[in-house]
Design a binder for this molecule. Structure first.
Ligand code: COA
Length: 282
């Protein structure tokens, strides 16, 4: 659907780019002409994803680093820039999360998720942001958040707190760093069935319930998210700054709307019910 050279001339670093939505974005960017740097903790998926991109004719580099460690990020970026050339874009995608009652969380459990999601995003953003400011050519940041960044959510308290922080970082830097030609945006995906985030939920039988909560009655497809991210990095979106684009089929609105449950009733049945509620004339 896009021109095959849409992202030509860009080099984009994706944290957590070896698996799931990170990999989907990496492959899409690589197929559209961008050099792709993927960073994560485990070498195997990184090497495999980079191999898939190169095998398809793209340019890719990978380096293993924990986003909680700024020195390791710096070394990884140095290595990948040595192979690809300077990065022009960053996707903060690396995340960690688990379902747990908040009262049972240890301080270390809260810390583990906040360190990965909020501090990891901060460390990667500062590393590339400072390079871009020094080089003077601008840059683009895209952070993956979620709708509970502003709604909050039960049973994922560390992630909700951290994602809210990432959204605040996105909007703060969109203004503060615009003077350097650096734009900052976010995507808030709804339910996308990636192995990392969904395998445990599916095992717990949440799949059908989750689909019912969605106005479109389905989960998102990885390619839909990858296309949105590609658009935001493309020359078509250069005036978009400080935005958080929701891609969830309208789920967060349905969850919050007073009468949205009526959309679950077959339409004829619902109409008959509403006609019966209408006061009779005379
Ligand atoms: N419920 C409650 N506490 C949990 C937990 C759970 N499901 N999973 C981990 N913790 C706690 C651990 O008990 C530990 O706390 P403690 O030292 O007080 O016991 C703390 O969190 C750190 O756990 P650890 O596994 O050592 O951390 P890590 O830094 O290696 O990894 C995560 C942290 C979040 C990445 C890890 O829990 C994980 O692998 N999660 C699933 C994969 C994932 O998140 N994928 C991405 C989906 S978006």
């Amino acid at each position: 659907m896009f021109q095959s050279d849409l992202l030509q001339g860009q080099n984009i670093l994706i944290t957590g780019g070896g698996t799931g939505l990170g990999r989907a974005m990496a492959e899409r960017f690589g197929g559209l002409g961008a050099g792709v740097g993927i960073l994560g903790r485990r070498p195997e998926p990184l090497e495999e994803t980079a191999g898939a991109i190169s095998g398809a004719g793209g340019r890719a580099a990978w380096a293993s680093a924990d986003v909680r460690d700024p020195a390791k990020i710096a070394a990884a970026v140095d290595q990948m820039e040595g192979e690809l050339g300077p990065f022009t874009g960053l996707v903060n995608n690396a995340a960690g999360n688990f379902l747990a009652p908040s009262e049972d969380l240890s301080p270390n459990a809260f810390d583990a998720v906040v360190q990965i999601v909020l501090y990891g995003t901060y460390h990667a953003t500062m590393d590339l942001g400072r390079r871009w400011i020094e080089r003077g050519g601008g840059g683009q940041i895209l952070s993956i958040v979620t709708t509970y960044a502003w709604m909050g959510s039960s049973f994922v308290l560390p992630s909700a707190c951290a994602k809210a922080g990432v959204l605040a970082m996105t909007r703060s830097l969109a203004v503060e760093w615009a003077t350097y030609g650096i734009r900052s945006n976010a995507i808030a995906p709804g339910p996308f069935p990636t192995e990392g985030a969904f395998s445990r939920l599916a095992a717990a039988g949440f799949e059908n319930e989750a689909k019912k909560m969605n106005p479109l009655g389905r989960f998102g497809e990885e390619s839909e998210l990858a296309d949105l991210a590609a658009f935001l990095f493309s020359p078509m979106a250069t005036y978009v700054n400080g935005e958080c684009v929701v891609i969830d089929g309208g789920e967060w609105l349905k969850v919050g709307q007073e009468f949205s449950k009526y959309t679950d009733i077959p339409r004829d049945e619902m109409k008959a019910m509403m006609r019966a509620m209408k006061p009779k004339k005379g």
